[in-house]
Design a protein around this ligand. Structure first.
Ligand SMILES: [Zn+2]
Length: 236
């Protein structure tokens, strides 16, 4: 094979790996932000559920206090009915007693409703707390995995940079410059030829150029996309 071409192909492989590592590394901060957001919403859900329980308990206490007041009032009114002298006053008293009984009934209904609300809210609070606990454990595991992966990628990158430097030293400088010029605008920069076709742009290589490429005396660029052509498995 042409001197430097195999190293160029290896270099391209390393460059692809470097790019993949850099892309993954760049995605890590966003993934950490995603975990923090998930944790925050789980915390908000727990807080909201707790507030709903407290609001329902407050509603129950208010209704209980209302019930107590109206029962006391009714007792007082009932005691008065034997001391009433006039018919008009008696009519007023009966109406007030009726109003107190209605208020008692409303308060009792409110207490029942509040108790139901407490039960529902407590259930949601339990679920929110359980979900948050699971999510926190999972997020913490993922966090550790991301940390480990970050360290691993760092090591891979430094290894790849070392290999890249070694390979660059083995490729004739003109060839390297040509590769880098092409790689900066399109990938792969080195395209394999299969069945006489450039695998970079899928264009058929002119027969004469194909023969010349297989001779491997110099670098042959694709006439269409200008990528460096490699004979791949076609080379005998
Ligand atoms: Zn091409």
């Amino acid at each position: 094979m042409l001197e430097g071409l195999q190293q160029l192909i290896d270099l391209q492989q390393i460059d692809d790996e470097l790019k993949a590592c850099e892309t993954e590394l760049a995605s890590l901060p966003e993934r950490r932000v995603g975990l923090a957001t998930e944790r925050e919403s789980a915390e908000v859900r727990v807080t909201d559920a707790g507030e709903a329980v407290r609001a329902a308990e407050m509603q129950q206490r208010t209704a209980e206090s209302e019930l107590e007041d109206k029962e006391a009032l009714l007792g007082k009114l009932e005691a008065q009915q034997f001391q009433i002298k006039s018919n008009d006053a008696y009519t007023v008293l009966l109406r007030e007693m009726e109003e107190a009984r209605t208020a008692i009934s409303v308060a009792e209904t409110n207490i029942l409703e509040a108790m139901e609300r407490i039960e529902t809210a407590t259930g949601e609070q339990d679920r929110a707390e359980r979900d948050a606990k699971l999510l926190f454990a999972r997020a913490s595991t993922t966090e550790s995995e991301l940390d480990a992966r970050e360290k691993e990628i760092g090591e891979q990158l430094s290894q790849q940079h070392g290999t890249r430097e070694e390979l660059c030293g083995c490729v004739p400088s003109e060839m390297l410059a040509q590769y880098q010029r092409i790689a900066s605008s399109r990938r792969p920069a080195v395209a394999e030829v299969r069945d006489g076709t450039c695998q970079g742009c899928r264009t058929k290589i002119p027969a004469q150029l194909h023969v010349e490429m297989l001779r491997m005396e110099r670098l042959i660029p694709c006439t269409h996309c200008h990528r460096i052509l490699s004979p791949g498995t076609e080379a005998k």
